[in-house]
Unconditional design. Sequence first.
Length: 232
Amino acid sequence: EKVEITKEQQALMKVIADAYNRHQIPQDVAKKLLQDQYSAEENFLLLTEMATSQVQVLVEFTKNIPGFLSLNHEDQIALLKGSAVEAMFLRSAQVFSKKMPNGHNEVLEDRIRRSGISEEFMTPMFNFYKSIGVLHMVQEEQALLTAITILTPDRPYVKDQQAVERLQEPMLDLLRKLCVLQHPQKPQYFACLLGRLTELRTLNYYHAEMLTSWRMNDHKFTPLLCEIWDVE
Ligand SMILES: CC(C)c1onc(-c2c(Cl)cccc2Cl)c1COc1ccc2cc(-c3cccc(C(=O)O)c3)sc2c1
């Protein structure tokens, strides 16, 4: 049947896309990836700085999601803590797939591969990056998918799951329509995107292991990362 994006869905798309484009890692921070120190220590510190900056960007983006700030305050924190790693996998995946103009993607891969992460986590991590890359998502899809990830009702400690569902559903409906309109030759495209969200959840477990092994090697995180990841 003819898929139509309603006026209010257009308005929602504009709010989410503008927020996503407005809140990016500052270029001077992203540029640090290109500096020439490549020791495992140096890479870890750089990635820590990127992640910290990314969390700040993520919080600002989340505050622009219509209805988020009217959720119960503890639930707002639970949603951010529960989705931060997944949102950062999505964001860093865009860096790989959008072929950053000044070669960020190669250096990012090198730095991640040489930052004290054990081999067993590299495979699922880079498989995810590849599976996102082949989708060639447009900016609006990336923005909606990030908002949908943040608005996942069944995160740990969320009390009013229905309230979160009521915010997530219109985003899912809009993304479904967008996929049909943007990728008419790929009827399964929307299902593919949702499949990525499932793959993201498994990466949470690998990431928790990564944090543990870094901490066992006495790696330090920033206060913001300690707070969002409940470490130290
Ligand atoms: C604490 C640190 C060691 C860490 O622990 N786990 C992870 C992680 C790793 Cl490895 C992989 C996935 C997820 C996480 Cl969470 C990280 C590093 O996380 C990040 C998080 C976001 C970004 C955005 C970037 C980026 C570059 C250029 C341009 C842009 C841009 O947005 O333009 C973004 S790099 C980057 C690194």
